[in-house]
Design a protein around this ligand. Sequence first.
Ligand code: NDP
Length: 498
Amino acid sequence: MTGNEIESNCLLKDSDSKEISVIQNKDDNDGTLDNHKNGSAVDILQPRKGFWGRAWEVDIKTYIGLTLMLIFCPIAPLYFYIACDGYGGDLLGPFWGNSTSNVTAGQQFLDNIPRWSWTALGIYSAWITSQLLISFLPDVLHYVVPFYVGGVQEGAVTPAGKVNKYNINGLQAWILTHSLWFANAYGFGLFPPTIIFDYFGPMLWVVNVVGYLLAIFAYVKGRFFPTDPDDCKFSGNFLYDFSMGIEFNPRIGKWFDFKIFFNGRPGIVAWTLINLSFAAYQVEAYGYVSNSMVLLNVLHAIYVVDFFWNETWYLKTLDICHDHFGWYLAWGDCVWLPYMYTLQGLYLAYNPVDLHIAVLIVIAVLGVVGYYVFRSANHQKDHFRKERERSKIWGKSPDFIKCWYLSSDGVRHDSALLTSGWWGVCRHANYTGDLLGCLAYCLCCGFGHLLPYFYFIYMLILLVNRIYRDEHRCQNKYGHFWTEYTQTVRYRLIPGIY
Ligand code: NDP
């Protein structure tokens, strides 16, 4: 029997004895690329050996998309900053110009472009150095905080069949960094708490330089001295390999992991610090902090602390299990994340919105509900993957599809796809919750301008794109098991609609 022939129909049983019929095919372990190039029916049926992680195939659409991304992504944060700083958050302001000025709109725009600043470079260098030092500290928090999972933890199985170890200490780093921030703001006074706001424009140049240098370094490292050659991918297209990365988990030494550090530290730790600096600016400029700014700070802080509390879970997310480390993650973590995720705070710094108490409560409830759906969906999957039949999903034994996949070393790994709880409602309920939260952040800014809503639009595009990337990956990884899952849980994001 050849590897692509269907061997049998079989019935699988889950713990609630619900029978799930699947077509089982047998793989002869030669699941090479050649077997799968033609997009035949066999492609859909057979889990592919080690065939997940970022895409292998690059076509003209990918090429055009990447070129647009490389050109427009760096412009977007600059444009939004200028729109806030020079035009009070009016997205079209740079085109029209300020009518009170007697210079042309074009000249005004040029005048509003932030300038390079060596001080900003100094601040950023101090910031990255401090985060590097903090990241090497062993985690003590998991010894003293009940239920917190930190310290040395294992990541997911990579396509090459490896399991990396990580020093999980993000929550400790977040607490330490913010304690130092408050100690400085209300004690030492080495620098003003508005420092990030004050240098936000010039810092944009610095982070872009760092982001691009990091992406170039990641490309060169991937080509010439990869941490793990078996987990590298080459598409044969320079632009694609540069943008989407070659190495899966680049590291220096045993513990410095590029993905974990750059996403977590200059990215997510900075998020809440930037928000605090915007709030400090409101005090300086207007003498008070608006209730919208307080709510935004709180909702963002919940999301950020949740991320670090669940940093071990993050090791099993797409960033770690799917994406390779290239420009997309390197530049994204250095520039896009700190600048675009804090856009509402920047907008509120220039436009303090005082929300009616009833509106404030509605937005807060939306934010908390969104967070609840996001967290409980993620928790259900995590809990189920650890406990399987023993887990309780909404108080009941789980429904699931038993499945397996092959890593590129030919080893078969058993797995399971949950079909009850949130994962029975739709295939990406965690994204639905995330999007509700994002909408709440944007609503904090009122309806004066469209600019702060860009974040919601962006997240919608990001997560829908992620759905397609993830499902493509899962189809390759699980073959007919994934098809069975999509037939059991028919909707992706909103039951009955999409
Ligand atoms: P998921 O956490 O949804 O992970 C997808 C993976 O989960 C799949 O590849 C598959 O992996 C596994 N899986 C899928 N369906 C099932 C199922 N029914 N049962 C068991 N396992 C399943 O996606 P992400 O990693 O993209 O996102 C994680 C969280 O991060 C989300 O809540 C998302 O909203 C958030 N996020 C936030 C972003 C932001 O910028 N704020 C950006 C991206 C994500 P496997 O190979 O293990 O089977």
